[in-house]
Design a binder for this molecule. Structure first.
Ligand code: AP5
Length: 218
């Protein structure tokens, strides 16, 4: 099952990817996670990406297309994969098509998480992430048992530097201008399915599982 999860920041793409990856045994490939790991490790890629990410701007296309094309060569993608946060521009989508064509492969489904702006802002500004294991919480809706401490591993929780309100608003603007045109791109290819990103985590997971079963992907 080769999937793209498409939608605005805060739509829940990362949250669903983690569950889908566990349930279907296919890797979750998040360009945001790969870039944040490179920042944390002080790699040249991270140093280059950080200034874009902190402002909520997109990292240049050539950089992310290269990252994903390399990652897809890993044998763990043979059974399938979940792309989360990539592609984000038409140029990236074309780059992905080219990389997959070289591997005689293609995308089975693009899931578009249609999400209201109010919900996205509320989720992102309240998000807290564990520094150790990366588990996501929400200050109001999904708080940890002990404030500032991860329930799973005891690690400290932090707020992503791009989750402040001003940067969130810019990320949503960048999404509207540069990423939303991909809805049309994939609709024309006939691979797009719309779901509501406003649903609760468990409800949305059920909707997705049903779509995969109907498409005979699982
Ligand atoms: P990235 O890390 O991809 O961030 P994003 O797309 O802005 O996505 P988010 O992680 O913010 O949202 P999400 O939809 O995954 O929601 P999540 O499940 O986490 O990118 C960060 C930056 O990296 C970009 O701005 C850019 O600079 C760069 N970058 C990355 N990819 C790039 C690319 N391809 N090209 C160029 N640059 C790139 O959930 C959010 C919160 O809501 C959490 O607290 C969660 O617990 C909660 N939540 C989730 N689902 C639900 C639900 N159903 N109900 C209630 N709460 C929920």
């Amino acid at each position: 099952m080769k999937l793209i999860l498409l939608g605005p920041p805060g739509a829940g793409k990362g949250t669903q990817s983690v569950e889908l990856s566990k349930s279907y045994g296919i890797p979750h490939i998040s360009t945001g996670d790969i870039l944040r790991e490179s920042v944390k490790a002080g790699l040249p890629l991270g140093l280059k990406a950080k200034s874009y990410m902190d402002k909520g701007e997109l990292v240049p296309d050539e950089v992310v297309i290269g990252i994903v094309a390399e990652r897809l060569k890993n044998p763990d993608t043979k059974k399938g994969f979940i792309l989360d946060g990539f592609p984000r521009t038409v140029k990236q989508a074309v780059g992905l098509d080219e990389a997959l064509a070289k591997m005689l492969s293609g995308i089975d489904l693009v899931i578009y998480f249609q999400t209201s702006t109010k919900v996205a802002i509320e989720r992102l500004t309240g998000r807290r992430v564990c520094k150790n294991c990366g588990f996501n919480y929400h200050a109001k809706n999904m708080p940890p048992r002990k404030e500032g401490v991860c329930d799973k591993c005891g690690g400290p929780l932090y707020q992503r530097p791009d989750d402040n309100e001003a940067t969130v608003l810019n990320r949503l603007k960048v999404y509207e201008e540069q990423t939303k045109p991909l809805v049309d791109y994939y609709m024309k290819k006939g691979t797009l399915k719309k779901v509501s990103g406003d649903l609760q985590v468990g409800e949305l997971f059920k909707v997705l599982s049903q779509i995969f079963a109907e498409a005979k992907l699982a």
